[in-house]
Design a protein around this ligand. Sequence first.
Ligand code: HEM
Ligand code: HEM
Length: 178
Amino acid sequence: MDTKNTTEEWSWLSKLFHWLTALLIFIQIPLGFYAESLRLSPLKIDVFVWHKSLGMLVFLLVIVRLLWRIKSTIPIALANSRLQKILASAAHGILYGLMLALPLSGWVTSSASNFPVKLFWLIPLPSIVGPDDALKSIAAEVHEICVFVLIAILIVHIGAALRHQLMLGDNALKRMWF
Ligand code: HEM
Ligand code: HEM
């Protein structure tokens, strides 16, 4: 099994990166809303430990994925116009940006509210900022805006994948599947 992409195909490693992060993101969105909706209780704290731990896992994965991507061949875009190609690259770039901005803003929110992050109840993460109420509100706001941009771009992203697969018949979705 080759880990390298070709100009035609994604390697199993690229596919694994894509679908593992997709799975984590699909868990993270409802989990974040659920965590926020709970009243302060041991359950709320536990749900937040899961949310922060899985979110930091996304952060780690996306850093490794981007470092790997710099050195990789990228399959030729399945676009039928220059504009489509630009829009697809922009959407992918924004998705990568959000996968960095969400964990970072979440980490700042937790640190600024003096609620240090402990990964899976085991590994304490250092606080990246000191306790700061004003910063906490801004970071939480940024986190929330990122969530809504993420949901909007994902609707377009998934819609585009389905359109390519079902209407344009270029097997875009099949190409990303194992
Ligand atoms: C049901 C959900 C999803 C489907 C059907 C899907 C489908 C696809 C497909 C078909 C591609 C390949 C495009 C190509 O070959 O040119 C792709 C690429 C990509 N997807 Fe998804 N995706 C999904 C969820 C997600 C999620 C949740 C994220 C992240 C938040 C994401 C981020 C990306 C990124 C960044 C790329 C570009 C890969 C690169 O160029 O390095 N996708 N997706
Ligand atoms: C990786 C992807 C992540 C996604 C998709 C995500 C998604 C969400 C969602 C949907 C909410 C509820 C809506 C909101 O108020 O923003 C939320 C809230 C929150 N998340 Fe995340 N999150 C992620 C990562 C993280 C990480 C890594 C941390 C901390 C280390 C974190 C900390 C928080 C906190 C503290 C809140 C409550 C914010 C507030 O008080 O308003 N999140 N997140």
